[in-house]
Design a binder for this molecule. Structure first.
Ligand code: 9MR
Ligand code: 9MR
Length: 584
């Protein structure tokens, strides 16, 4: 009899687990001195009796169930991104450390912590995730624990695709382009997406050098003692440099299979690999990243002799190639009409390069002071750029131009960039006040696209950059709000980072996590997030902009992981972690 009731209990428990808790919190917790918001989601499916006519919420200590805080719920707020209604519980003034729950009527939230350094392990894991994305090498159990694996995709004999052939590198011959990070849930390596991802990690380092100098992620040590984040970046940077044709300076768009590998471990993959057609976006991105890396690694000339100079030369050579090929888009469909084999993997087919030009020019100007680069920066200065993404890199140039003690541009020019960034941040904050979750993320419906979580993270990066310029804590608090969003204060109820929070994805579209036979996915990975496009045609329970998410391994349009989503999470989570460590 006993075991039957146990079975019933397990079944019941699973049912509970299958539904996210309606009280949405940052499942990783809150900093004592920071804002603390929980959001009750009222969905049409919910039993109204569970909330009753509650107008009050309680915060209780998790163990003793003592009430430590009583507050009023806000009036009902209608979401503009779905049919949900919410009521907000603000307990910012509770500054006691410990483990607590928010209680509303008969509902209790997941237990959460109020504590210093509360996002520390997530922040570290988001960086460690890049180690787990490493191509070509085995992951040793000393560093990878349960997720150790045999290496695959050596990429030491990668075929020159006919689209990439030149007189000196003929179609069908091979080059070596090993290492780098797998892009996402697939095993291909794409230059355009590597560009913004690597730059974002380099910017994390530049903006929070003291913090990253000592941050340990437990990865294999490089040959020389440099900060872990730079060791990790170097693993991808060396790959990016190897994607440049030394004959002319152009960069291939990607190192790829002709079609996606099966859902298998890297070591099983046997398909031939190709480098395909060079392109302006890939090559400008290489120029920008190599220039930024040259600047940073110039401080490591003793440890890494020659690296900074090689990066500078690669960047300048890439720029020269782009002057000769200013507008070479990667159009996979058009390419497939001309060459065999046809390539069906990711495109990253950006067609608009003015933002990449501006970014590359900015980095090269900061590095060299060259007049040609400066002219190019000045010509691009009056463009307006959108939030960074793989196809929108202009703001990365702004960030770099304002980084450190300027003297790159005139005070007037710097002021104009600064004002634009501040205006973007102010617009975000203004829209957040109308949002049913009071987060910057979701200020506009258009935030919810393929990789929407990267928008949340990149908005966070922008807000932190503006906080660094102004020291106004409202920007830092707003950035934290977007980290809260990613950790569960959202319409889905998921903490979107694998292995963290109380309710997080178990089935990300990520080949190793699917194929390794281990129940838990590799930790520290940010999934794409709500995307009403549903381009994967999986079954979705909800279809509205902020709810169109499903934790299904086939749902690559909302549940894939990718380096360009994890990189801004590294920036945001680590920035918040270090900035809230000191009173502000
Ligand atoms: O695994 C692929 C993923 O990385 C891409 O983002 C996605 C869209 O290009 O495609 C995935 O691969 C799928 C392919 O497009 C169609 N057949 C099933 C593949 C695995 O789900
Ligand atoms: O992140 C990319 C998204 O903006 C595009 O809409 C989508 C379809 O082209 O592709 C996404 O990038 C995928 C890439 O093509 C292949 N690797 C996985 C990437 C994340 O899904």
């Amino acid at each position: 009899m006993k075991w039957i009731s146990l079975l019933f209990f397990l079944f019941y428990f699973q049912q509970i687990q299958a539904q996210p808790n309606p009280i949405r919190i940052d499942q990783e917790g809150y900093y004592p001195q920071a804002p603390k918001i929980a959001v009750l989601v009222l969905s049409p499916h919910q039993d109204p009796a569970s909330v009753g006519r509650a107008t009050t919420f309680y915060v209780t200590s998790h163990q003793g169930k003592d009430t430590v805080f009583i507050g009023d719920l806000s009036y009902e707020r209608n979401s503009t991104n779905s049919s949900l209604q919410t009521r907000v519980a603000d307990f910012s003034s509770l500054k006691t450390t410990g483990t607590f729950q928010v209680v509303i009527g008969k509902l209790s939230s997941y237990p959460f912590r109020i504590q210093q350094k509360v996002h520390g392990s997530l922040a570290t894991a988001s960086l460690k995730a890049f180690y787990f994305q490493r191509a070509s090498i085995a992951l040793d159990s000393v560093y990878a624990g349960r997720w150790s694996r045999v290496g695959g995709h050596p990429d030491t004999a990668v075929i020159i695709h006919p689209s990439a052939a030149t007189a000196w590198r003929k179609a069908g011959t091979t080059i070596s382009t090993p290492g780098g990070w797998y892009d996402a849930g697939d095993y291909n390596k794409y230059m355009v997406n590597s560009g913004i991802s690597t730059a974002t990690l380099l910017s994390s380092y530049e903006d929070f050098k003291g913090y990253f100098d000592t941050l340990q992620t437990h990865i294999p040590p490089g040959d020389k003692p440099i900060p872990d984040i730079l060791t990790e970046v170097l693993y991808n940077l060396r790959w990016m440099l190897s994607m440049q044709d030394p004959g002319d300076g152009g960069a291939y768009n990607k190192c790829t299979n002709a079609s996606f590998d099966g859902m298998e471990m890297p070591a099983l993959a046997q398909e031939p690999r190709y480098v395909v057609q060079k392109g302006t976006a890939a090559t400008l991105d290489l120029a920008a990243v190599a220039a930024q890396a040259a600047r940073i690694f110039s401080f490591y000339k003793k440890e890494l002799p020659g690296l900074s100079d090689s990066c500078r030369m690669a960047a300048e050579k890439a720029w020269q190639w782009c002057l000769a090929h200013p507008d070479m888009a990667y159009d996979q469909q058009a390419m497939n009409l001309l060459y065999e084999p046809k390539i069906s993997t990711g495109g990253y087919g950006d067609k608009q390069f003015s933002d990449e030009w501006f970014w590359a020019a900015s980095e090269l100007y900061i590095l060299t002071g060259g007049k040609n680069y400066k002219d190019s920066v000045l010509r691009g200065l009056n463009q307006t750029f959108g939030l960074p993404s793989w196809s929108q890199t202009g703001l990365l140039g702004y960030y770099s131009l304002l980084r450190g003690k300027g003297n790159h541009l005139s005070t007037l020019q710097e002021d104009s960039i600064r004002r634009r960034l501040i205006r973007m941040a102010d617009d975000y904050i203004r829209l957040s006040e109308r949002n049913a979750f009071l987060t910057v993320m979701g200020g506009r419906k258009s935030d919810f696209v393929w990789g929407s979580n990267a928008n949340a993270a990149n908005q966070g990066v922008l807000l932190i950059e503006v906080y660094r310029l102004t020291q106004n804590p409202k920007y830092l608090d707003a950035a934290l709000g977007n980290l809260d969003y990613l950790c569960g204060r959202n319409a889905t109820g998921y903490c979107f980072v694998t292995g963290f929070g109380s309710y997080s994805p178990l089935h990300p579209h990520h080949r190793p996590s699917i194929a390794d036979g281990i129940t838990e996915p590799i930790p520290g990975l940010l999934v794409g997030g709500p995307n009403p496009g549903e381009q994967d045609h999986s079954h979705y329970d909800f279809h509205e902009p902020e709810t169109a998410y499903v934790d299904n391994a086939n749902a690559y349009a909302s549940n894939e992981i990718a380096i360009n989503w994890n990189a801004p999470l590294v920036y945001l989570a680590n920035a918040v972690e270090t900035l809230f460590a000191s009173p502000h």
